[in-house]
Design a protein around this ligand. Sequence first.
Ligand SMILES: C[S@@+](CC[C@H](N)C(=O)[O-])C[C@H]1O[C@@H](n2cnc3c(N)ncnc32)[C@H](O)[C@@H]1O
Length: 186
Amino acid sequence: MTIEGPATYWDLLWAGGTRYRPLDENELAALKQHAGPGAGRTALDVGSGDGALARHVAQLGYATTGIDCSTAAISLATENSTAVGVTFREADIEGPEPLPVTEGSVHLVTARLVYAFIADKPAFLGRMRRLLVPDGLLWVATPMADRLPDRAWVGISADDEDLLTVGWSAVDITDIDYMRCYALRP
Ligand SMILES: C[S@@+](CC[C@H](N)C(=O)[O-])C[C@H]1O[C@@H](n2cnc3c(N)ncnc32)[C@H](O)[C@@H]1O
């Protein structure tokens, strides 16, 4: 689903109390297995929402930045995150402004429940790839449209998956009910 004006769209949902699928243990275990320990390494969580995944990544030891286009989400994430090692910044991942991380410097980029809503997926993937160090990891966790026929717009299609997974040196997939998690290596 393509959203015009993502900041306004998501801000209304967060401010109105909408919340999203909580992290589950299988998902976190798969991420930990692929990402490994984070001491001395950096991570970026894209579309960080209430900050739960960014906090988890920080607990693995990564110096973590969460970015989200919603002011309400960033406020919520910041209020929830008193621990060291994680900060949140308002930013549109598809916008023209520079991101608060340097290209070629990020060891782990995570994008959970957000890839389906990215309007220009090739541009997004190129941008994420340029952020990564050469042996970095892009972790994308997303619903699959064909597993959620009543809410297909929150998931990705087979064509979206083809686009997501082409051109990486390694692709590993973990299925968790209607979700699919992709570990993508440059
Ligand atoms: C369905 S929520 C998922 C939040 C969180 N990742 C989670 O797993 O609970 C999607 C999030 O992506 C953010 N988002 C969507 N499009 C974005 C964009 N272009 N730039 C930055 N954040 C975006 C929304 O504001 C929202 O917080």
